[in-house]
Write a protein that binds this ligand. Structure first.
Ligand SMILES: [Zn+2]
Length: 356
């Protein structure tokens, strides 16, 4: 079997999203999977891409990793324009009765909470509605679910419903706040200070604030296609990635052996730490070692903040070759036909100074 993983560009300006197309299998019997669709514009690009390069209008699996609009919007176009076998996404509005008691307002009903959740996630909810109209079966991707050759490593259902969902933004006030919720303000957006790094001096910290609960709820996907191992992370954060590594370990899977790993959350430094990367990429290797992992990161054309150099360095230091979209489609393939006119991507290089 072969596999190809293609990152379609999202965002003309500075807003990042994901739009990923995966095809695997044997010639004449390929499966196609779309993981997140970016914006409406990148959704159109996915539709064109599948028709042009895969010469079909059928997609076996569509997966929405988490309900942020820059991951979900384009999928609405995908399911409107193409024939889709299965849609996998979380349906947080269907879990309101299980979490209602966690909120301060005693008058809140299952229904009103459910409506609040829908309103706060309108693109994802719209995606669900279009799928229902088109009678596409919808399943929730929790730990252990199997989607074709892929397995869901995170989130596990109890964590998602009882710990992440109640802290999603724009929901009513909680009786008690979970520790993970903090205001993620501009503090991290504008970083003007720089610090030196070398191969042996890593400044990436274990202790940055974690990414928000909506990102942590991202579906983490793993596949082993004829001994070629792939990890897709969405916007998953440190906790989700540690949970993924734990769950993989319980199945006898070592994520360090992955040949392809998506850099989570467009290269934000709140999603990874040295201990996370040691588990999903591997420990540091001597400088000059040939890379053994390919890493793709989706960033918009004009963003200057992503991917963080401190994160790129940390991946490179652990034996990853890092490539970014930045307005272009990038393709990784193993045992799949070459595509005429496509040229190799230039990987990012190690930076001598990084964000302080
Ligand atoms: Zn994102």
């Amino acid at each position: 079997m072969g596999i190809e993983i293609e990152f379609i560009p999202v965002g003309e300006n500075t807003k990042n999203g994901d739009a990923i197309v995966v095809r695997y299998g044997e010639e004449g019997n390929y499966k196609i999977m779309v993981v997140d669709g970016g914006t409406k514009d990148s959704g159109n690009k996915i539709v064109e891409h599948i028709q042009k390069y895969y010469e079909t209008i059928f997609v076996d699996y569509v997966i929405n990793t988490h309900p942020d609009s820059d991951h979900a919007s384009g999928l609405i176009t995908v399911i409107e324009e193409l024939d889709v076998g299965e849609l996998w996404m979380h349906l947080p509005w269907e879990h309101s009765s299980k979490i209602r008691d966690l909120f301060k307002d005693g008058r809140i009903t299952d229904n009103s909470l459910s409506e609040k959740i829908k309103a706060s996630l309108n693109k994802a909810h719209q995606l669900y509605e279009v799928a229902c109209e088109k009678e596409i079966p919808v399943y929730e991707p929790f730990e252990g679910a199997v989607i074709g050759e892929f397995k869901v490593l995170s989130p596990f259902e109890d964590w998602y419903i009882n710990y992440l969902l109640p802290d999603f933004p724009n929901l009513p006030e909680r009786k008690e706040q979970n520790v993970v919720t903090k205001a993620f303000s501009e503090a991290y957006a504008k970083l003007l200070e720089w610090i030196d790094e070398t191969w042996d001096k890593e400044t990436l910290s274990e202790n940055y604030d974690s990414t928000g609960p909506r990102n942590e709820s991202s579906v983490v996907l793993y596949a082993n296609i004829d001994d070629y191992k792939v990890l897709l992370t969405g916007d998953a954060g440190k906790q989700a990635l540690h949970n993924s590594a734990d769950y993989a370990e319980s199945l006898g899977i070592d994520l360090k052996e992955c040949n392809f790993v998506q850099m989570p959350h467009h290269g934000s430094r709140r999603n990874v730490s040295p201990s996370v990367l040691d588990r999903i990429i591997g420990e540091k290797v001597p400088e000059g070692t040939k890379p053994t992992t390919t890493t793709f990161v989706s960033v918009s054309k004009k963003t200057e903040d992503h991917p963080k150099k401190v994160v790129v360095n940390a991946f490179i230091r652990r034996g990853a070759k890092v490539c970014e979209t930045r307005g272009a489609t990038i393709r990784h393939h193993k045992n799949m036909p070459a595509r005429t006119g496509w040229t190799p991507v230039t990987p990012l290089s190690f930076s001598p100074d990084v964000e302080k």
